[in-house]
Design a protein around this ligand. Structure first.
Ligand code: NAD
Length: 487
């Protein structure tokens, strides 16, 4: 691939067994640029036959060159992929800008995260060790971590590069062969990733990419009898379908689902430090982030001050086409625009009030899916905008009095993905962190700068299983116990 080649490939093909080809029935789906609603190209509408071919190619890779590589050799291929992703970061960011509507800086951050995942998992590939277990004299017992086999990866459109990095990266490091089904709304960087894998020398069939509709390619993949593990990232409703499909074949499944994550601000917090995180975690990627801080809980003593300071930031937000690198780009689709607008209509009709709304410039391309970032204050914890995942640039600010009420509100949704706590009281930070029902808690920060090394996942409707960090390597492997009687 030349340095500009990430953009120069036929987007309408599937990648199976190391080769690019049209899907079995030659059908395609349109891709739309969310920044102006214009056609961006076509992707393959992969179907059950393509998925079947991809699963067989993956199995063949396990039985062939890929399966024969030593762990350190697998790691080296991932490190080469990481270097190529870094080289292509700007090009990948441009692809993501046009495909997802993601501002260039955010797309570049995703590309750097993908490179870092490949570096982390490439380095870890030969460092996953088992145990020896002293069961009885005359025995030697040990455990081994083995790949599951063929792993299915179904990913959403909001962070394709990061999610591919954390799931496919970890699965390959453990020696699995992967079938990746990117989202129909956005899969250009998934296809670019397959090109990069080929250039880095990843053996044929270790990675296969079949774009297509969820109910066609996605359903065919999750129910395929030849897969050994499913990693799904997406909505709660589809997650339930995936788990049911996995149950029929008795394969393990990791579900990374939605969230309604709170950041909790106590009156003793360093507000200057907190303010940028409170707003950015709500508007990043136009609020289409699983770990978006869509609820801001503020102790009543500083409620008005926090709302006023957040409002000031909202009014300064620049909204625009992704390639102009604004603070906030469009949402992904007309459908998502309609969903988010529906939630904003609820605000007009009842209790809470709009504390600030960013301006949509008159120069925005007609046909783009822009939503004005909106800060809503005095929201009741039971209001729909405080309970449901909106997936748009909308934050609900909720007042509270004291730790007990903060906890009750924070834990009072069906979700449990992430929480942030802002306080200068160390004891309170620990009490809160222990009692919050979610997968990860950040104290006096939110996200730890991306946290590639940190295990990530949810409880309750936010899912189960963990990706990211070293923990993912355990998830993408099966433990085998061997006991040898020698005396
Ligand atoms: P979605 O569930 O509609 O789609 C996700 C993927 O599933 C897509 O590839 C889609 O084609 C596929 N799919 C759809 N129907 C399917 C079916 N019947 N069988 C198999 N596959 C099917 O989700 P979305 O709208 O693309 O993504 C947004 C959701 O993802 C949000 O809820 C968000 O919170 C969640 N998400 C979670 C995390 C996390 O780490 N917890 C990260 C990113 C996004």
């Amino acid at each position: 691939m030349s340095s500009a080649a990430a953009a120069a490939f036929d987007t309408s093909l599937v990648f199976v067994g190391g080769r690019w080809r049209r899907c079995a029935d030659g059908r395609t789906l349109p891709l739309i640029d969310p920044s102006d609603g214009s056609p961006l190209g076509e992707i393959a509408r992969g179907n059950a036959a393509d998925v079947d071919a991809a699963v067989h190619a993956a199995r063949t890779a396990l039985d062939g060159e890929w399966g024969a590589l030593a762990a350190a050799e697998r790691g080296r291929v991932l490190l080469k992929m990481s270097a190529l992703v870094l080289e292509q970061a700007d090009e990948l960011a441009r692809l993501e800008a046009r495909d997802v509507g993601k501002p260039l800086r955010q797309g570049r951050a995703d590309a750097l995260a993908l490179a870092r995942y490949l570096e982390f998992y490439g380095g870890a590939a030969d460092k996953v060790m088992g145990q020896t277990i002293p069961i009885a004299n005359g025995y030697t017992a040990l455990t081994l971590r083995e790949p599951h086999g063929v792993t299915a990866h179904i990913v959403p459109w909001n962070y394709p590069m990061q999610i591919i990095g954390r799931s496919v990266g970890a699965a390959l490091a453990m020696g699995n062969a992967c079938v990746l089904k990117p989202a129909e709304e956005a899969c250009l960087t998934a296809l670019a990733f397959a090109h990069i894998a080929g250039l880095a020398g990843l053996p044929a069939g270790a990675l296969n990419v079949v774009p297509g509709l969820g109910e066609e390619a996605g359903a065919a993949l999750s129910s395929h009898a030849g897969i050994d593990h499913i990693s799904f990232t997406g909505s709660v409703a589809v997650g339930a379908l995936i788990q049911a499909a996995a149950a029929k074949n008795a394969v393990p499944v990791t579900l990374e689902l939605g969230g309604k994550s709170p950041q909790i601000v106590f009156a003793d917090a360093d507000l200057d430090a907190a303010l940028p995180f409170l707003v950015n975690a709500g508007i990043q990627n136009a609020g289409q982030t699983c770990s978006a801080a869509s609820r801001i809980l503020v102790e009543r003593k500083v409620f008005d001050e926090v709302v006023a300071r957040m409002a000031e930031r909202y009014r300064a937000l620049r909204v625009g086409p992704a390639l102009d690198d604004p603070d906030v780009g469009p949402v992904i689709s007309a459908r998502q625009h309609e969903i988010v607008s529906g939630y904003l209509d609820l605000v007009k009709d009842s209790g809470p009030h709009v504390a600030a709304r960013a301006t949509l410039p008159a120069t925005l391309p007609r046909g783009g899916y822009y939503v004005a970032p909106t800060l809503v204050a005095d929201v009741s914890p039971t209001h729909r905008i405080a309970q449901e995942e909106i997936f748009g640039p909308v934050q609900a600010v909720i007042p509270f009095d004291g730790e007990a009420e903060a906890l009750a509100i924070a834990n009072g949704t069906p979700f449990g993905l992430v929480a942030g706590v802002w306080t200068r009281d160390g004891g309170r930070a620990l009490r809160m962190a222990r009692k919050l029902r979610c997968g990860q808690v950040f104290v006096n920060n939110y996200g730890a700068g991306g946290g590639i090394e940190l295990p990530f996942g949810g409880v309750k409707h936010s899912g189960h299983g963990r990706e990211k960090g070293f923990e993912a390597l355990y998830g993408f492997s099966a433990l085998k116990t061997i006991a040898i009687k020698h005396d």
